[in-house]
Structures are given as structure tokens and as C-alpha cells.
Design a protein around this ligand. Structure first.
Ligand code: NAP
Length: 280
């Protein structure tokens, strides 16, 4: 078994982005809006800030109390959309329930939508048009490509159909000529699909959900899940110790897909700059 090491690939991607942004005559601007005090969000925002600082981006963290009115939030996004020094905007999810996340996400200009969650960018992905793609699924594709794992003609099973991971990943896999099976909580006989997969991606959010019997001998396993255990340690959705001797490649948790997500945000910020300048 070989580990799919996200740290190595992240470093390579960040080095590439650093070279590209060096040729631009101003720092790239990345704004993250956070609403409320979600603990996990604080960690994710800190990781984004660290990456942005490393690359010399102008990082702007806008924080609002949990009871902010939706209209006020939308006005702030409108202002950022018009600001020429801002290349990328994202709203850290989850946001409080009184806010409509679809409306909020879709208010971001598709050209600055570095999370790739607007309907416009989701539609472009379905039609295989160059656009801003959600960071985690693009990170999975880049990680597999780095390790020369071919996608064409392979049976890929994805467990989890969220707008953030499963659905965009299914489209990316199709665009890369894989044969895709997208499973979810209503799937009957899940094992039938997971045990048939050459490449199995699990994004469910349940600790150690996939076990040895659920995977095919020699399969490639991509574990997206990040779950906090009782002892405080992180684990994935796949029972690592159970499957590791049966599979060919597997992502560790932590140190796998999560690393790629931050790297892809850097790439998307640069891409947003390029796309916006092309559209002038
Ligand atoms: P989500 O929106 O909660 O979606 C979970 C998906 O799992 C849903 O599609 C759900 O099906 C499916 N599911 C739940 N129980 C199932 C079952 N028993 N059998 C089959 N499918 C089942 O989660 P998400 O945002 O995609 O995130 C998933 C996990 O990845 C979480 O642990 C999250 O923390 C992690 N994550 C990691 C990164 C990273 O950078 N590494 C990024 C994003 C997310 P239904 O649609 O039918 O409800």
C-alpha cells in the first residue's frame, strides 16, 4: 500500500502558484467572510490565512456576529464584487440557519467564486467549461494525477452527494472519462458499489464507516471524511488500519485530501484573477 500524501502535492502546487503570482504587479486579494463562531470554521479560516500569507496574498477576514441580517451580508458581498483589488471571495460554511446559504453563495460574482459553489460555476462544470471548481474535488483529481493513477475507463464509486464534494467530483470524474457511481444515504446495498470500485471516494462524515469487506483488493481509496474521535484525534470515514493491507493506495487523515483543499484555494484565487482579466 502506498500513501497518497497531500502534503507533498500541496507544497508542489503552492510553489507553482507562488511563481505565477510573482509576475503580477499587485498582491492577489482573497476575502473570507465568517458568520458566527463555529469552532471548525475558525480552524479552516486560519489554514486559509496561513496559505494566503505564505503566498503574499492580501488576505481579508471579515467576521460577523451570528445574528447578522441577510441583507447586510449581501450588501457586503456586492461591495467585494465591485472591488478591483479583490480576486476571490468565499463565505465559510456552515452559516447560521436564518441565512439562506444558496442565496448568499450565489451573490458572489462567478468570476470571484473561489469555492466554485455558485450555480453558474456548477453549470459550467457539468458542461465541462473552464470555470472555478470546488476545491476539495479538484484537489482529489490533482492528487490522483500526481500519483499517475489513471481515471479513464475506471470504475469510480463516490459515497456522498453533497454540493461541496460528491456532486462536483462526479462531474470531474465523468469529464476525465471515468465510469461513475454516485451513492448516498438512500442507496440500497451500498457494498455492491463500493466493493466494485477501482477508485473509491468516501465523503460521508461518519468515522470508520467503510471497512475491509467493503473494498476491492488493490483499490485506490480516497478518504474525504474528517471526524473528531473521543480521544480528540482525527480520523476519516474509512477504517484505515482495516483496509490498508488490502488496497493499493490510500489517503491518510489528516494529511491527505484536507491538504489539497487549501492548495486548490490558492490555485483558484490565481485562476479567478486570470478569468476576470480575460473577461474585461
Ligand atoms: P454532507 O453534506 O453532510 O454529505 C454527506 C453525504 O453522505 C450525503 O450525501 C449523505 O446522503 C451521505 N450519507 C450519509 N449517511 C450515509 C450512509 N449511511 N450511506 C451512504 N451515504 C450516506 O457532507 P460533506 O460536506 O460532503 O462532507 C463529508 C465529509 O467530508 C465530512 O466529514 C466533512 O468534514 C469532510 N470534508 C472534508 C473536506 C476536506 O478538505 N478534507 C472538505 C469537505 C468536507 P444524503 O444526500 O442522502 O443525505
Amino acid at each position: 500500500m502506498e500513501l497518497l500524501d497531500g502534503k507533498i502535492v500541496k507544497k508542489e502546487i503552492l510553489d507553482q502558484v507562488k511563481k505565477l503570482v510573482n509576475d503580477i504587479n499587485r498582491p492577489l486579494g482573497l476575502t473570507v467572510i465568517q458568520v458566527g463562531d463555529d469552532e471548525a470554521s475558525k480552524v479552516y479560516v486560519r489554514q486559509k490565512e496561513k496559505m494566503a500569507n505564505e503566498l503574499g496574498f492580501n488576505f481579508n477576514h471579515i467576521k460577523f456576529d451570528a445574528d447578522i441580517k441577510q441583507e447586510k451580508l449581501l450588501k457586503v458581498i456586492d461591495k467585494l464584487n465591485k472591488d478591483d483589488t479583490v480576486d476571490g471571495v468565499l463565505v465559510q460554511m456552515p452559516i447560521p440557519e436564518h441565512l439562506d446559504s444558496k442565496i448568499v453563495q450565489n451573490r458572489i460574482s462567478p468570476l470571484k467564486d473561489v469555492d466554485g459553489l455558485t450555480d453558474v460555476n456548477a453549470g459550467c462544470l457539468v458542461h465541462n467549461k473552464d470555470s472555478l471548481v470546488p476545491c476539495t474535488p479538484q484537489g482529489i483529481i490533482d492528487l490522483l494525477k500526481y500519483y499517475n493513477i489513471s481515471l479513464e475507463g475506471r470504475n469510480v464509486t463516490i459515497v456522498g452527494r453533497s454540493d461541496l464534494v460528491g456532486k462536483p467530483l462526479a462531474n470531474l470524474m465523468i469529464n476525465n472519462n471515468a465510469t461513475v457511481c454516485l451513492c448516498h444515504s438512500k442507496t440500497i446495498d451500498l457494498k455492491k458499489y463500493t466493493a466494485n470500485a477501482d477508485i473509491l471516494v468516501v465523503a460521508v462524515g461518519k468515522a470508520n464507516f467503510i471497512k475491509e469487506d467493503d473494498v476491492k483488493e488493490g483499490a485506490v481509496i480516497v478518504d474525504v471524511g474528517i471526524n473528531r474521535q473521543d480521544d480528540g484525534k482525527l480520523c476519516g470515514d474509512v477504517y484505515f488500519d482495516g483496509v490498508k493491507d488490502k488496497v493499493s493506495f490510500i489517503t491518510p487523515v489528516p494529511g491527505g485530501v484536507g491538504q489539497m483543499t487549501v492548495a486548490e484555494l490558492a490555485k483558484n484565487t490565481y485562476k479567478a484573477y486570470v478569468l476576470r482579466n480575460k473577461n474585461r
